[in-house]
Structures are given as structure tokens and as C-alpha cells.
Design a protein around this ligand. Structure first.
Ligand SMILES: C[S@@+](CC[C@H](N)C(=O)[O-])C[C@H]1O[C@@H](n2cnc3c(N)ncnc32)[C@H](O)[C@@H]1O
Length: 429
């Protein structure tokens, strides 16, 4: 495999070739883009931080604007042509920057790309989304708000941290990061969050290694607040994954009580274990389940004070971080997901004790995966009632006009897109 020669400009011929290779692999959409990138970086350990950033940002930039680039460069454009078109039009590289990187013929082609004009295009083309997705979103938004939302989803996300309140104080962490020259601000909404300017590498930061903070989008932090777990409670994180929210819930419980972290993915749960240790949590019990009706789940029927269902979903609210999802998801996959979401919510609800709380959340922007799932659940389960998400947040010092259900989007809140409904099992008489 071609190895990179790092240059001051970070745009050597070899780097260019590697970027084209990675892009070609990402554009098959067989695997998530972040997995393709991680693998490439693992196989090319000599790549410096700048080169990695160039490859990742370029590939993500192209995937975000793929529809536009294919209109400019031609539907059958090769990964290399897409790369050239992106650098010329998306990044605005002047012609001289292509010297030594592109052949004379390619440079002529780049000139035509630079001066090409496109007609306005369809809504889906302007949104840089597949037609099926725009059709679904147009049922919820008018054209101009959809374009605004799409543009916000087509921009990179900021980097947010959640301070582990079990180990650290937000102001102390903020002050330390600032002393180190990082641009750090308190998050606007989450009382546990810090927003950083730029994308500093933090995996080796002492405050990361000692569990004082974790990377977690501000919107995701608000979901933890909706669960609002207390010391000594029995809490279930039904779809815990690698534990982004489990860690937050465990810290809010001050490492007391019992916090069950269920998931069907052994690989994801395995990633939770070192994170629990770093976070100083001894109340978390990861449990691998075969499916939502596993006997291990049923044992807790009627016992949980709080249950979080952070449901598997299309993930379309996270397009800023995972832009390939819009090309990897499909209409049919969303329909299947909706059935699964209903089944998981119904199974999770059985665990909630009378008077206990159930939170259903997704990082989707589609009403089918959000309101429709909750509406169907409430219609089938008269033993549950809705609680206002806005009031739950307000009680914790978060001022956000969101109404009964939490709806976050990058254009309105500069967070990833999230949905959540807070439900309560009516206490028996
Ligand atoms: C949105 S992700 C969870 C993210 C996690 N809560 C976090 O904050 O990092 C959804 C998770 O649901 C899990 N999942 C899928 N089907 C499930 C099921 N039937 N029961 C429990 N978890 C399931 C997936 O493996 C995935 O980890």
C-alpha cells in the first residue's frame, strides 16, 4: 500500500492517492465511514495528525455534498474526480494548488468544473439528500425549513464534552482546558457540558484518562437529564450500546443503586466496561440480552424506577457526524426499524414500577420513528401517561421551549437531532 510522505501543506501526491482510496471504500457504503477511516488509520500508523485530519475532513465533506458533486462532475464520476471537484468547488482551491497533483488533462477538466453552473435542482438535490428521505421530511416541514435543516445537517458538528460530576466540577475542567489554550465554553443547554472550538485530540488528555470527562453531544446529555435518576434507584438503560448515556446516568446516581445496561451487541457492551472503570462507576451491570423479551429482561418486571429506551434508529439526526448514513439508510430499513422500536418500547415498559418513569428517545428526525411510536404505545397502554419534557428539564435548570416532547435539531439548537418522550406508569390506587 502507498505510504504518505508528510508535507507542510499536507497535500502531497501520496496523501492525495490515499484520500482517493479511502473515498472509494467509503462510497461503496458497505461499512460505516468512520469504520473505514479508523481501519485505514490503523493500517497506516505513520500518518500524522494533519494528514489524518485532511483525509477524514475531505472524505466527510464529499459524502455530505455527494449529490451536488455528482451533478457537477457527472453521475459516473470516479472517486478521484469527486475529490478534484470537491477541492476545486467545495474547498475553493486555486488552480495552482493542483499543480503536481493533477495531470494537464485533469487540470483542464477542473477548469470546467470551476466555471460550471447548475440549475437550482430539486428539493432533494438542494438538500443533498436521497429522494425517499426528503419525501418523508416534506411531510413534516415546508420546503424552506427543510432546506435550512438539511444545510445544518450538512455542516460538521462541534465537539462537546460531558463532565463526570462524580469526579470533577465543570468550572474546574473549563478553567483547566482554557489554561491549556483550548477554546472551551459552557454548553448553552446542558449543565454538565462543555463545548470546544476546533477538534483537539483528547484521547490522551489526563482529564479524559482519569474519567473527569467523556465526549458526548450536548443534545444527548439532555436525554440523560430527562431520565433524572436518583441515588439508590434501580435504573435500566435498555439499549445501552457502548454506554454514552449509561455513564451519565451512573454519575447522576452518584454510583449508588443499580444501573442495568442492556444491549444485544456484545461488542458494544465490551466497549462500555473500560469506560465504566475510568468513570469510577461501581453501580453499572452490563447485561447482554438476546432480544428485548429475553428472560434476563423479564426478571426485572415492575421493579425499575426509571427505564431509558435509547432506541436503535435511522440515526438521521446525527448526519453532521455520520453523513454517510443518509446514503446507507433506506425507506424499507426505516419501516423495519419502526416495528423494532415499538417492540422494544413495549418490552421495556414492562420493567417500570407503578409511578416509575420511562423515557423513549431516538437520534432520528423522522416522525415515524418518534411521535408515531410513542402515540401508538400510549394508545395501547392506558397505564402510562405523558409527562412534559420541558418541565422535567426546567426543574433541572434547563430553559428550553420544547413542549411535551423534546425535539432538538442542529438548525434550532446546534445539537444533533434528538427526540424524546417522558412517560410515567400511573401509580396503582
Ligand atoms: C442508539 S444506540 C444506543 C446508544 C447508547 N445508548 C449511547 O448513548 O451510547 C441503540 C442500541 O440499541 C441496541 N439494540 C438493538 N436492538 C436491541 C434490542 N432488541 N434490545 C436492546 N438493545 C438493542 C443496539 O445494539 C445499539 O447499541
Amino acid at each position: 500500500m502507498q505510504k504518505t510522505v508528510k508535507t507542510a501543506e499536507g497535500n502531497s501526491r501520496a496523501l492525495f492517492i490515499q484520500t482517493t482510496q479511502v473515498l472509494g471504500n467509503v462510497l461503496t457504503f458497505d461499512h460505516p465511514a468512520d469504520a473505514v477511516l479508523s481501519r485505514h488509520f490503523r493500517d497506516n500508523r505513520e500518518l500524522g495528525q494533519r494528514d489524518r485530519a485532511f483525509i477524514a475532513e475531505t472524505v466527510y465533506g464529499i459524502v455530505r455534498r455527494l449529490r451536488w458533486l455528482r451533478r457537477l462532475a457527472g453521475a459516473g464520476a470516479t472517486p478521484r474526480q469527486l475529490l478534484l471537484a470537491w477541492l476545486a468547488r467545495g474547498e475553493g482551491w486555486p488552480m495552482r494548488q493542483f499543480e503536481g497533483l493533477a495531470s494537464a488533462t485533469e487540470r483542464d477538466w477542473i477548469e470546467t468544473i470551476k466555471s460550471a453552473t447548475l440549475d437550482e435542482g430539486s428539493v432533494a438535490e438542494r438538500a443533498d439528500m436521497p429522494d425517499w428521505l426528503v419525501e418523508r421530511l416534506l411531510a413534516q416541514h415546508d420546503e424552506s425549513s427543510l432546506i435550512k435543516l438539511a444545510q445544518s445537517l450538512n455542516r460538521p458538528a462541534p465537539l462537546d464534552l460531558r463532565v463526570n460530576l462524580l469526579k470533577a466540577d465543570r468550572d474546574v475542567v473549563l478553567a483547566r482546558l482554557r489554561e491549556e489554550g483550548l477554546a472551551a465554553e459552557s454548553c448553552r443547554l446542558s449543565p454538565q457540558g462543555i463545548r470546544l472550538g476546533g477538534k483537539p485530540a483528547l484521547q490522551k488528555h489526563p482529564l479524559f484518562l482519569d474519567g473527569s470527562f467523556e465526549v458526548q453531544d450536548e443534545g444527548s446529555q439532555l436525554l440523560g437529564l430527562l431520565v433524572q435518576p436518583k441515588r439508590g434507584e434501580l435504573v435500566v438503560d435498555f439499549c445501552a450500546g457502548a454506554g454514552g448515556k449509561t455513564l451519565q446516568l451512573g454519575a447522576m446516581m452518584r454510583s449508588t443503586g443499580r444501573l442495568y445496561a442492556f444491549d444485544v451487541s456484545e461488542k458494544r457492551l465490551a466497549k462500555l466496561k473500560p469506560r465504566m472503570a475510568r468513570a469510577g462507576l461501581s453501580n453499572v451491570h452490563p447485561v447482554l440480552i438476546a432480544h428485548e423479551n429475553d428472560a434476563k429482561v423479564k426478571r426485572l418486571a415492575g421493579k425499575a424506577d426509571r427505564v431509558l429506551v435509547d432506541a436503535p434508529c435511522s440515526g438521521l439526526g446525527t448526519l453532521r457526524r455520520n453523513p454517510d448514513l443518509k446514503w446507507r439508510q433506506s425507506d424499507a430499513a426505516v419501516d423495519e426499524m419502526v416495528v423494532k422500536q415499538g417492540a422494544i418500547l413495549a418490552a421495556a415498559a414492562r420493567l417500570v414500577r407503578p409511578g416509575g418513569r420511562l423515557v423513549y428517545a431516538t437520534c432520528s428526525l423522522l416522525a415515524e420513528e418518534n411521535d408515531a411510536v410513542v402515540d401508538a404505545f400510549l394508545a395501547a397502554q392506558p397505564g402510562f401517561r405523558a409527562v412534559s419534557a420541558e418541565s422535567v428539564l426546567e426543574a433541572q435548570g434547563v430553559t428550553l421551549t420544547t413542549g411535551e416532547r423534546l425535539r432538538l435539531s442542529p438548525d434550532a439548537h446546534d445539537t444533533d437531532g434528538f427526540f424524546a418522550a417522558v412517560l410515567e406508569r400511573v401509580a396503582s390506587a
